[in-house]
Design a protein around this ligand. Structure first.
Ligand SMILES: *Cc1c(COP(=O)(O)O)cnc(C)c1O
Length: 415
């Protein structure tokens, strides 16, 4: 790290934090420690490490030097005390729940969540004696009314996957604090570059590092950031003994590589998405665009308070509902029909039949998104190319009558 009295900025920490090349022959990048186990120089050393009385590695399910660098860096970027890297976002979420919630406890979650988080809470967790209930956290008063002494944990995403609803994290955190419940915020959509929930009062941040943190669509990984006490507990119970969802050193290396450009990529995702959201909203075939930066988003003011920029995810509803949505998705050429998000490539998918197929049609209606909703992860390609692809596919829907001029100018992208 640069020798300075000031705390280095976000980009500097994303590139340098917690790695000292001098310890590794000056290597610019950290070594990938492909080892499952670590030798002890004496039986006493091994015993001391197991007892937590000596520093040092034991076994890569519970700690690995490459993974440790990633964990320190993520903790620094989220401004948390400590972090834990996991094999997937679901590995992070399940490790948090198994470590901190038990039989008889209740979890309150926002009414729209990533499909597999919803599946875990709605369809499976009752088998372990835990109840899960859902409240609409766009209005924190709903949470205040629902929270009870049995509520051990509150889980929310902001903006939510897939319909871009926001929770006022500071207000929600205060309600949780008063009730003695832990607030877990899934910060996958924003990354610490756009939003830092711990600073707003959340107890635990979870990530799918598969998405923007990795940023290149070449890995599956997750992370938890929280107090040292919580991270130690989640590592020693959730990861070590309950779900075993440790990350490989190689994937940790790839996430570290992705983090070096996180702020640059996010700036570009956000700039392109903001322009596209306006273009899409203006198209006659479009019924509604869900994007926090639009005047039509009911929580735009909250988004401006809570987020540095409005993110790279857009949801939209077409006038012809599901059938128009399917025709639109089959009509795109540059955008890839695929789940996941946060990659360099623009990805387009249909939550009701893909990422959120874990919700039944009745559950989708009850939890606030329609079968016609389309989710777009705006990539890093040239703005004009993404725009022409999407608008061209929209133009095809209503025949040539709605055709708009493609943009030709190539140098109008602002980063
Ligand atoms: C993708 C995603 C997850 C799950 O992460 P995996 O890495 O796929 O296990 C959790 N939350 C959100 C918001 C996601 O987008």
């Amino acid at each position: 790290m640069p020798k300075t009295a000031h705390k280095p900025g976000f980009a500097t920490r994303a590139i340098h934090h917690a790695y000292d090349p001098a310890l590794y022959h000056g290597a610019l990048n950290p070594p990938v420690f492909l080892t499952s186990t670590f030798g002890f120089d004496s039986v006493q050393t091994g015993a001391d490490r197991f007892a937590g009385e000596a520093e040092g590695f034991i076994y890569s399910r519970v700690g690995n030097p490459t993974v440790s660098i990633l964990e320190s860096r993520l903790a620094s970027l989220e401004e948390g005390e400590a972090a834990l890297a996991t094999s997937s976002g679901m590995g992070a979420i399940s490790a948090v729940i198994w470590s901190l919630v038990g039989s008889g406890d209740e979890i309150l979650a926002d009414k729209t969540l990533y499909g597999c988080t919803f599946g875990l809470l709605e369809h499976h967790i009752h088998r372990f004696g835990i109840t899960a209930r859902f409240v609409d956290m766009t209005n924190p008063e709903n949470l205040r009314a629902a929270i009870s002494p049995r509520t051990r944990m509150v889980i929310t995403e902001s903006p939510s996957n897939p319909n871009m609803r926001l929770a006022d994290i500071a207000v929600v955190a205060e309600i949780c604090r008063q009730a003695g419940a832990l607030l877990v915020v899934d910060n996958t959509y924003c990354t610490p570059y756009l939003q830092r929930p711990l600073g707003l009062g959340a107890d635990i941040v979870v990530h799918s590092a598969t998405k923007y943190l990795g940023g290149h669509g070449d890995l599956i990984a997750g992370a938890v950031v929280a107090s040292r006490e919580h991270i130690d507990l989640i590592r020693s119970t959730g990861i070590k003994e309950l779900n075993g969802a440790c990350i490989s050193a190689f994937d940790a290396f790839l996430v570290l590589r992705g983090l070096k450009t996180l702020n640059l990529r996010m700036d570009r995702h956000c700039a392109t998405a903001a322009r596209l959201a306006h273009d899409l909203e203006a198209h006659p075939a479009v019924e509604h665009v869900f994007y926090p930066g639009l005047d039509s988003h009911p929580q735009k003011a909250l988004a401006e308070r809570q987020m540095r920029a409005m993110g790279g995810m857009i949801a939209l509803e077409l006038k012809g509902g599901l059938s128009a949505g399917r025709a639109f998705m089959d009509g795109v050429g540059l955008a890839t029909r695929a789940v996941s998000l946060g990659d360099a490539e623009t990805l387009i998918q249909h939550p009701a039949s893909m990422t959120h197929a874990t919700y039944s049609p009745e559950e989708r209606a009850k939890h606030g998104f329609t079968d016609g909703l389309i989710r777009l992860s705006v990539g890093l390609e040239d703005y004009e190319d993404i725009r022409n692809d999407l608008i061209g596919a929209l133009d095809q829907l209503g025949g040539a009558a709605t055709a708009t001029q493609p943009v030709a100018v190539r140098d109008t992208v602002h980063a």
